[in-house]
Design a protein around this ligand. Structure first.
Ligand code: HEM
Length: 208
């Protein structure tokens, strides 16, 4: 049976699209709300700048992975609602990345552009982070309907496939930054590899 256009098929609980949209929005805003709560309650530890930078970096990468999970969830379980809220997922990912970088530029380096430039050129993990940021920004800037019309859906889709490159560079940024305990960076990279593998498998086995 077809699901009405205004509801999202969430198996047991068919909910109106707007409700699902706001629920997902609220869930993705929680890490940010938690960070604000920690800030207001003296919970940022001995080095608050580093804490905020790492917290936002972690959530930036997680949000990219969440936005990449939409299509695999549809492939695996037939869920359509993650695909319908995917634009919002991507914009949250961009928000966390932008806040991570803003914290680095404004709070950590206080607009010392020379030092920031030296970092970008000399430290490999910052260089790849910057490339990932450039890609994510161009995807966010073209995420509106008018951009799809102007670019044509074929080139728009080709551009937006770069999200996988951004995710891979974000993971590499994490791996290169962490010198000792590689467990968490590798967990993130493995999730990315699984999400990509599901899409590739579905593409290869798609009936001609
Ligand atoms: C898509 C882009 C990016 C993602 C997904 C990302 C993600 C991350 C992650 C996961 C971490 C490690 C957090 C932890 O240790 O728990 C991190 C750390 C960091 N990132 Fe990013 N990042 C991105 C771009 C950038 C850019 C462009 C810069 C600077 C221009 C930057 C600067 C840093 C710094 C300075 C650290 C912490 C280094 C330290 O504490 O020693 N990141 N980032």
């Amino acid at each position: 049976m077809n699901t009405p256009a205004t509801t999202l098929n969430m198996a047991l609980f068919p909910l109106p699209y707007r409700v699902v949209w706001w629920l997902v929005f609220a869930v993705l805003s929680m890490p940010l709300a938690w960070l604000v709560n920690l800030g207001l309650n003296d919970g940022l530890g001995a080095n608050p700048i580093e804490f905020i930078n790492r917290f936002l970096g972690d959530w930036a990468l997680r949000m990219i992975l969440v936005s990449l999970a939409a299509t695999p969830l549809k492939i695996l379980f037939g869920w359509r609602w993650p695909v319908r809220v995917r634009r919002m997922l991507g914009l949250w990912a961009f928000t966390y990345v932008a806040l991570h970088i803003t914290n680095y530029v404004v709070v950590d380096n206080f607009f010392a552009w020379d030092d920031i430039w030296k970092d970008i050129v000399k430290r490999n993990f910052i260089t790849v982070g910057m490339v990932a940021f450039t890609i994510i920004t161009s995807l966010a800037a073209t995420s509106w309907n008018g951009a799809i019309k102007r670019m044509g859906s074929k080139s728009w889709r080709r551009l937006h496939k770069l999200v996988y490159v951004a995710a891979a560079l974000g993971s590499l940024h994490y791996i290169w930054m962490v010198k000792a305990d590689l467990l968490l960076p590798l967990v993130h990279s493995t999730i990315l590899a699984v999400l990509l593998a599901i899409r590739v498998y579905a593409h290869i086995t798609r009936p001609a």
